[in-house]
Design a protein around this ligand. Structure first.
Ligand code: ATP
Ligand code: PAU
Length: 242
């Protein structure tokens, strides 16, 4: 059994996968800035390999490796962005600078279907990437995610707001909180839609990340909500070459 771990800026998502690569169990935990401490809480029974995607930097990576050695007596494989993977070509001139979570989400989609695609990851940050039918990554965008959009507007202005938790706006806002909420939500949905116009006609559309479910309603039925794309990409990377 493999233990797959996606360390994001806010949360750790994890799953276990069997020999066929399917995810059989999964979960998510906030790490409060200390991912190494948090991974020590993950289930370790029956695990014979560990694969990690980490976007929190080199210092956390070293701590994560040590934590997993202590927790499972295994040295984890650390996923890296590379120039190509089984016909998928990275658009970055310096491929290793592409966030590994973006690369893994693209790998998951390319592994599932060799075709043109738009992949949006709505997490702490929002990223959207485009690949062609030939597997060429055209590039993408990085923007603030919904919560970061809200913090940005509240930090740059002086109006008073009440608690934004639990505020959901599905029509134009009629108080400060719903206006701020809808502004952040539509900034993300609008950016995703705009990037999608740059993709080939007929490109499949994929949505992942902690805010994906929430954005799905704004984006429409041609977007597939796949909550675990980064973990699916880790499972594909860990799979033997066919
Ligand atoms: N139970 C939850 N706890 C915390 N955030 C949640 C939860 N459910 C949904 N979210 C939303 O998910 C967002 C974080 O998404 P996700 O976990 O995909 O990000 P991340 O992987 O940590 O970030 P990134 O990939 O940008 O580094 C939060 O901003 C929040 O709006
Ligand atoms: C943009 C995030 C934070 C999204 O998780 C991550 O993919 C990352 O740290 N990327 C590195 C910068 C880049 O992708 O160009």
């Amino acid at each position: 059994m493999k233990l797959l771990i996606d360390v994001g800026n806010t949360r750790i998502k994890w799953a276990r996968s069997g020999s066929a690569g399917a995810l059989v169990e999964h979960g998510a935990l906030p790490h409060h800035g200390d991912p190494a401490q948090t991974v020590s809480q993950l289930p370790s029974g029956g695990v014979d390999a560990i694969w990690i995607s980490n976007v929190t930097g080199a210092a956390h990576e070293s701590a994560l490796i040590e934590a997993m050695r202590g927790h499972c007596s295994l040295t984890p494989h650390i996923a890296r962005s590379t120039g190509q993977w089984r016909g998928l070509i990275n658009a970055y001139r310096e491929p290793q600078r592409l966030g590994v979570d973006r690369w893994l989400a693209m790998i998951a989609v390319w592994h599932a279907q060799h075709g043109a695609a738009v992949i949006a990851n709505a997490g702490t940050a929002l990223t959207v990437d485009v690949i062609t039918a030939q597997g060429q990554h055209r590039g993408g965008i990085i923007a603030a995610g919904i919560a970061a959009q809200q913090r940005a507007v509240l930090g740059a202005t002086r109006f008073e707001t009440r608690d934004l938790n639990g505020v959901h706006a599905d029509t134009l806002g009629s108080d400060t909180e719903s206006c701020v909420q809808l502004g952040a939500q539509l900034a993300c949905a609008g950016a995703i839609d705009r990037v999608a116009t740059l993709a080939e006609t007929g490109a499949s559309r994929w949505l992942t990340g902690g805010d994906a479910e929430y954005l799905h309603a704004d984006l429409g039925a041609d977007w597939q909500h796949r909550p675990h794309l980064v973990l699916e990409g880790l499972a594909a990377l860990a799979s033997p070459v066919p």
